[in-house]
Structures are given as C-alpha cells and as structure tokens.
Design a protein around this ligand. Structure first.
Ligand SMILES: *Cc1c(COP(=O)(O)O)cnc(C)c1O
Length: 402
C-alpha cells in the first residue's frame, strides 16, 4: 500500500534548514487560492476527475487524496512538519498519544511476542500493555529505566519491542537512548521512545538510534491545552508503510482541526520549550533551597544523578519539576490546595502551569508495592511549569510550603 502522505513540498525532504525554519515552513502545499496561512480541510472525502483516476488512486498507482481517514492535507501538513523536526522520514498522526502507541503494537507485534518496557511510563501505557495486549498473547516485562542490567535480564527470545520515556514522569529519570537502542538491535527488537517531555526541540531520539518516536500531541506539540492528539515518527517502511496501513485500516485518525492546532503549535515549539526550561530551572533552584522540601527532581540541577547524561542527550531540561514535601500526603495536599493560580489538573505541556499529586491521581491505580518500586511517594508533587510570570508561580507555591 502506498502512502500518499509522502513529502512533496519543495523544502521537504529538508534542505539544510535550521530547526525553527522547518517548524514554520515545512509541508504547506499552497492551493490555487494562494493562502498564506495553512488551511483546515474540513472534508471527509475527495473528488476524482474520472473513474480511471479513482481506480488509480485506490490501487496506489497515483498519489493523491482519497478519504480523510487516511488522507487529509491538513493532517499531512502536520505529519510532514513533525517528521522534519524529529529528523525522521515519515510520520503518522493519530487521534491521541495512546492510539499512537496502540498503532505501533498492532502494526509491529503478533501473538507470542514480548515487550520490555520501562516501569516509569505513562500510567495508561502500562494498562494498555498489561490488560489489553496480554489478551492477544503479547506479554510485557517492566524494568527499571536506568538499570541496563534489568533490561538485559528481561530479554527473551520472543522480545520484539523496547519501550521507554526519557526523562520519565514524574521522577525525571534519564535513559541512555544509544545504549538501549544498541541492546534492542542486538536482540532483534525495535526501540520506541515516547518523546513527550522533551519534544524534538530539546531531544531527537532517532539520532541516538531509536527506531520509533511516539508523541502525545496533546502536550507540548499543541502546547496550549486545546486538543487530544498523537503521532509516530520513524522510517519510511515502519511508519510510512506499515503504521500508515494500520491507521488507515483501524481508524484512529487525527481530525484536521486537531492537526491544524498541533501544526500551529509546532511553529512556536522551540521558543516555548526554551521558555518552559528557563522557568522550570528557576523554580527547581528555588525549591531545592526550601527547608520544607525533602528532594527536588529536575534534570537541570547538577545534583540530579543523571545531569551529565541529560546534558549529552538534551539541549535543555524541559518544563517538568517534581519535588517531595516533608510531611507526606497531608502536607503535599495542603501545598496543592493553597494555590490560587496553578491549575490542579493532570495534564502537562500547557502554557498554564499545572500541579498534580501523582500518588492519588495519575499513579493512584498502582499498588503500594508498585508505588515503592517506582518511587511515587505520598509527599511527591509534580509541577508542569507554564509560561506565566515565574514570580507568580513561586508565590503561589510558597503559600502552602512556608
Ligand atoms: C499524555 C501522555 C500519553 C498519552 O497521550 P494522550 O494524548 O493522552 O492519549 C502518552 N505518553 C505520555 C508521556 C503522556 O504524557
């Protein structure tokens, strides 16, 4: 099956343009109306000149639009732009981050295959692997993200997929992508990296040997909390052919409206990620000197155990800061409840700062034992630092802390 989303725009495949140029310019094929801004194509199907053309489009002999479950110019514009930004050959957009992960599993795995996954991944990803993939005979072993020996020990003859997020949520542990990519490839497996926290503005896992990048476009790619969306980036065969066919057939398509929002988000991604990182660094430093805080998790602090590795893989440290308040759950809830400005919500990657108590929300389904294994303590708070004035964010947090 041919993928009609192959790049045709004059600057894609990328000339040696810079990241910000690609983010702003890639993928818009101007129509005869000569519009400057990227249009939203709100149409479910496309019209053919003749029966012969329809047949050629369906057979794949002619590239072009057919039906918006798998061909829509706005969605393709987003896909081409994100592919260029990640340095990948192809991208497929999906209805959500979760459907991006599901498309990978449906497309690349079969009954009897095995996944090795970091234990520190998005909670719903764990549920997908444990509860649903297991129904179809795909088993998962969860390992410690930063312990290469535990990855090695988990490998089986039927292992096909390694899955991780780096930095992890909410404890900001950093994986050595190159090391794990090599291990995966030596064991007949693909490495999938969920690049949600850094985005390509700060980290390009493909350059370290990862095979597939997953995104929840819901987070920083859109960046303003407006949509739910996802994407997978990788090479032409895996993504442009195999996963394109999965999404075409199973239907978790990104809507053109959501694609347009994410597309416009990409234009300011670099600027926003720099600003999120700058603000998060100020907050992390403030918190690390606060007497009522036990520990701060932020890859930008030199006290972070993997600060050096983060510096090698990332161009900056991102917007997520987690910290443990002395006094456990009661004190942590008090800090959260005393905020007026911050949003008490589990989302992240928004210009609005959000605050979360992982142990009773995002990680509330974990058993006491699993919480201990993953380090989700009762005093832990996660802040996704937004772009409001940093002084206001600090004042809001210090009310409950002081
Ligand atoms: C939110 C999130 C997802 C899931 O994305 P949805 O768009 O909510 O489906 C996957 N991975 C990470 C790291 C996330 O933060």
């Amino acid at each position: 099956m041919t993928n009609p989303t192959e790049p045709t725009h004059r600057i894609n495949p990328p000339e040696p343009y810079g990241f910000e140029t690609l983010a702003i310019r890639t993928g818009h094929r101007r129509t005869q109306e000569r519009e400057h801004g990227e249009p939203i194509f709100t149409t479910s199907s496309f019209v053919f000149d003749s029966a012969a053309q329809a047949a050629a489009r369906f057979s794949g002999d002619e590239i072009g639009n057919i039906y918006a479950r798998f061909t829509n110019p706005t969605t393709q514009n987003f896909e081409q732009r994100l592919a260029a930004m990640e340095g990948g050959e192809s991208c497929i957009a999906t209805a959500s981050g979760m459907s991006a992960i599901m498309a990978i599993c449906v497309g690349l795995l079969k009954s009897g295959d095995h996944i090795v996954s970091s234990r520190s991944v998005f909670g719903t990803t764990t549920v997908l692997f444990e509860r649903y993939l297991s129904k179809f005979g795909i088993e998962t072993t969860f390992v410690n993200l930063t312990d290469i020996e535990s990855w090695k020990a988990a490998i089986q003859s039927n292992t096909r997929l390694f899955f991780l997020e780096t930095p992890s949520n909410p404890l900001t542990e950093v994986a050595d992508i190159q090391l794990l990519a090599d291990l995966a490839h030596n064991n007949n497996s693909w490495l999938v990296v969920d690049n949600c926290f850094c985005t390509p503005a700060l980290q390009k896992p493909l350059t370290f040997g990862a095979d597939l990048i997953v995104h929840s476009a819901t987070k920083y790619l859109d960046g303003q909390g407006r949509i739910v969306g996802g994407a997978v980036v990788g090479n032409k065969q895996l993504v442009g052919e195999d996963l394109f066919a999965v999404v075409r057939t199973t239907g978790p398509t990104m809507s053109p409206f959501n694609a347009w929002n994410a597309l416009k988000g990409l234009e300011t991604l670099s600027l926003r990620m720099k600003a999120h990182s700058e603000q998060a660094m100020i907050l992390a430093q403030y918190l690390s000197h606060h007497p009522n805080i036990e520990r701060v998790f932020y890859t930008g602090l030199s006290s972070h155990p993997q600060h050096e590795l983060a510096k090698q893989q990332q161009s900056d440290f991102g917007g997520i800061v987690s910290f443990v308040v002395k006094g456990g759950r009661e004190k942590a809830w008090n800090v959260i409840d005393q905020t007026n400005l911050l949003s008490i919500t589990a989302n992240l990657g928004d210009v609005k700062t959000t605050i979360t108590h992982p142990a009773t929300t995002t990680h509330g389904r974990l058993s006491v034992e699993q919480k201990e294994l993953t380090g989700i303590s009762d005093g832990l708070i996660r802040v996704a630092v937004g772009l409001e004035s940093i002084d206001d964010i600090i004042v809001d947090l210090s009310r409950g802390l002081d």
